[in-house]
Ligand binder design. Sequence first.
Ligand SMILES: Nc1nc2c(ncn2[C@@H]2O[C@H](COP(=O)(O)OP(=O)(O)OP(=O)(O)O)[C@@H](O)[C@H]2O)c(=O)[nH]1
Ligand SMILES: [Mg+2]
Length: 288
Amino acid sequence: MQVCPKCTRFLAREQRRRIFSLDAQRTLWMREVRLSGSGGQDVLKKEANNPLFAANKYVQHPIFEDKDMIFRPTETEVQEAGMLFENGRTHKVQFAKAAYYPEQAPDYNLPEIAMIGRSNVGKSSLIKALFSNVPGLTVRTSKTPGHTKLLLFYQAGSAFSLVDLPGYGFRQPENFAVTAEGYLRTRKNLQMPFLLIDIHDGFQPMDFTAIKMLEDFSRPYSLIVTKVDKVSPRKLVTSLLSIRDILQTKTTTCLPQPFLVSATKMKGIAFLRSYIAHLTGSVRVSNR
Ligand SMILES: Nc1nc2c(ncn2[C@@H]2O[C@H](COP(=O)(O)OP(=O)(O)OP(=O)(O)O)[C@@H](O)[C@H]2O)c(=O)[nH]1
Ligand SMILES: [Mg+2]
């Protein structure tokens, strides 16, 4: 029988893909079994889906080592956290304030998570996605870089606030230094800055300037990888490999586990909500 070489190559690739994906599933399943012991609490302890695991199915070895995966909530913990991003009987999510100078920031003692990144990286869209279950809350986004010019505070009841910052780089607002840098430098409520990087563009020269600034503060920050819906599996893997190398070689105070999100496809959003809830002390996640 004549076998087309193209078909055998395709079959071999398919087989490899299936084996890797089975491998990934088995690892996840074993982790769940390990957590659930002899059964009973299985559902409660099922590890939540992290978009980083999805990327692993295209490679032979996980891109990020187990030791770097410092945040591993269960599905239940993710669900619990989700409630903080919605209105409740006594819990109101609302736009709190817009400020030009950091001194004009709201006067409360809530922990804050601030979004920092290049113009157009998706900072406002991420906040919009995180609060997408809040009817009537307006978070403005735009195709035009340099859209957000002020510090915008979105408050989740008495739990925390998310702060949208002006972006840097192309069409950076002229008040960037006084407003965004000033906020990052002086704000006592700031629990953690999130540095956003577009998966398609990767780290750009201005991002290294931002890294330098964040490292100079000698405080931890987290990396959020945005727009993951825009790339092919191949690009996803190459970008993540390069992000991993930069995290390992060019940063010291950035947490080693990046968070992958797509604001348009709502990918990784529930997972990130639980990270924010955990960081701000609202939900205790018993990291494994
Ligand atoms: N495909 C895709 N597009 C996105 C995503 N997130 C944001 N965008 C698009 O990226 C553009 C910029 O989004 P914004 O959220 O306004 O970006 P920003 O970082 O707040 O920008 P500035 O306010 O100018 O600093 C908009 O056209 C969004 O629709 C995403 O997850 N996937
Ligand atoms: Mg914006």
